[in-house]
Design a protein around this ligand. Sequence first.
Ligand code: DC
Length: 223
Amino acid sequence: MPADRLVIAIDGPSGSGKSTTAREVARRLGLSYLDTGAMYRAVAVAFLDAGVSPADTAAVIEATTSAAIELSLDPDERWVRVNGRDVTEQIREPRTAQNVSAVATIAECRADMVRRQRALMDADPRGCVAEGRDITTVVYPDADLRVLLTASPEARLRRRSGDLGGKVSEEQLRDQVLRRDADDSKLVEFQTAAEGVHLIDTSDMTLTEVVDAITTLAEEARP
Ligand code: DC
């Protein structure tokens, strides 16, 4: 591995702006980009397609550990495949969002995801920016820079609504943002920063301001 390899871990709840931010930081610094939420979503598509009930824990674990997941690590390309099938669009559908917590709340599924994510983050010799819920704490606690992005519930609902192009009802939106974060935080703590993790409240910041703040921290953290 080159001595100047740089690994950046970014966590945060839905609507904190972490995907857009992490992608832009990766572009600016010439690093690979890993969207770990897309991996949980791909597994949800796989188990739903296989006719597995989210309540059947053993079957969800089997579907997770046997899923072949491939995804773009290029911040300028967006594609995800599961078991050989392109699911780039399907992972963003409300049905997937409603069922993905079934994967995220099973410890065995998380362990499998963490192992794969760590390997993907190590794949690029230049380094990687990865974003999710447990990257700073579980997947890559030894990252050169660790950041937790937060935002007020109002800002998060507003942003997620924008991401979805206003295509979902108010009720679906609250389910996707607030209910899902409450469920997901049962196994991982991503609302308060662990020791050594930089906390950035993005509620009143523009994307450029957040990206600037992270790239400045990254330059200081460069090994
Ligand atoms: O960030 P996202 O909305 O695409 O995440 C999809 C789901 O996966 C969400 O329910 C949280 C969960 N997740 C997780 O538990 N740990 C991660 N590292 C990434 C996502």
